[in-house]
Design a protein around this ligand. Structure first.
Ligand code: NAP
Length: 337
């Protein structure tokens, strides 16, 4: 192991953007290396996870989680190696995962920190398919969407960290799976490499309703909603009686300066007896372990594939994050340190 340097870099939030974030909303700064105290560890970060929820933490608004303060390190999940330990749960050399922020080294050791088994899959997956996004897909689809064999599932942001896993689990469940994604490359990937039955390129299609109906000849039984907005309006207009909607996220609105208005579709929910439920992945925290084991087995047997989009260097994090919110990422967005 190389010696721990005297300083390291981190990214702090310096401004709350009203709409789309800019690189100037962040500052990359070099600071002295922290020293772990009793009960703490020092972690050398290997990968930082960039996720849409981090846009919400830039806003000073009531939410299920507290905002990042101005001048504070941006929040984010990491996977890394313990390089100093003052905590008997972790030893030097352990690979660990926790939400330690956008920085090259971090103090950890909280109860939320878990040891990652590097024999399961590459350690970057602890931020993706075998981490928060993977658990979101697993529980959001199976427990909230409750698909049955032979049903049709539609998932939006289909090539992304959550969407790609949702669709593949849907196939394992014996369902027809239709993705919605932006661009021919993303659609070809989910169909040809991940085995979805069809994919609708919402950026190219003029009539989303018509294309969705053609891809879903028996209608839509389960909608896994990652995006909200017009895509979701089109899916909901075509949902079946007793359909289910797993409300996972609404990324199409995360940079909006005013709450968007749109067609009011709640009448559909009544007439078709649709059940929609929002969820946060941590609702299922007590069940992660067996789910991770199951997902690990699916990866080993080749039933579950994953795609990552990796940029290198902490200074690239703000630009990559802004790009992800625009759909420029192709797969789980990660920063390799
Ligand atoms: P991701 O899909 O890897 O990346 C974001 C993707 O969103 C982009 O690649 C882009 O794909 C799509 N997108 C961006 N702007 C859009 C727009 N205006 N309309 C439609 N699609 C747009 O991100 P992820 O980590 O998997 O997250 C997906 C969703 O799940 C987000 O809404 C996130 O907040 C949510 N989430 C929720 C939970 C929870 O606990 N409820 C946990 C994790 C994630 P295209 O190029 O295909 O448009």
């Amino acid at each position: 192991m190389s010696a721990v340097p005297k300083t390291h870099r981190r990214v702090v939030l310096v401004r709350r953007p009203p709409g789309e974030p800019a690189e100037s909303d962040f500052r990359v700064e070099e600071v002295p290396m922290p020293e772990p105290r009793h009960g703490e560890v020092l972690v050398k970060v290997a990968y930082l996870s960039l996720d849409p929820y981090q846009r919400g933490r830039m806003r000073d608004a009531a939410s299920y989680a507290a905002p990042v303060g101005l001048g504070e390190v941006m929040t984010g999940g990491i996977v890394g190696e313990v390089v100093k330990s003052e905590n008997s749960r972790f030893k030097v050399g352990d690979v660990v995962e926790d939400r330690l922020g956008w920085q090259e080294y971090a103090i950890g050791g909280a109860p939320s920190m878990r040891v990652v088994d590097p024999s399961l899959a590459p350690i970057s997956t602890a931020n993706g398919v075998l981490g928060m996004p993977g658990m979101t897909a697993y529980f959001g689809l199976l427990e909230v969407g409750q698909p049955k064999t032979g049903e049709t599932i539609v998932v939006s942001a289909a090539s992304g960290a959550v969407g790609q896993v949702v669709g593949q689990i849907g196939k394992i469940m014996g369902c027809r799976v239709v993705g919605v994604a932006g661009g021919t490359k993303k659609c070809a990937f989910v169909k040809d490499e991940l085995g979805f039955d069809a994919c609708v390129d919402y950026k190219a299609e003029k009539d989303l309703d018509k294309t969705l109906l053609a891809a879903c000849p028996k209608g839509i039984d389960v909608y896994f909603d990652n995006v909200g907005g017009e895509i979701s309006d089109a899916v909901l207009r075509n949902i079946n009686v007793f359909g289910r909607v797993a409300l996972c996220g609404s990324i199409s609105q995360y940079n909006a300066t005013t709450p968007p208005t749109g067609p009011r579709l709640l009448g559909t929910f009544v007439g078709k007896r649709v059940r929609a439920q929002g969820f946060i992945v941590t609702d299922f925290a007590g069940k992660y372990e067996p789910a991770m084991r199951q997902m690990g087995e699916w990866i080993k047997s080749g039933k579950l594939k994953y795609r990552e989009d990796v940029v290198e260097g902490i200074d690239k994090a703000p630009r990559a994050f802004i790009g992800m919110l625009r759909g420029e990422n192709f797969g789980k967005m990660l920063v390799k340190m």
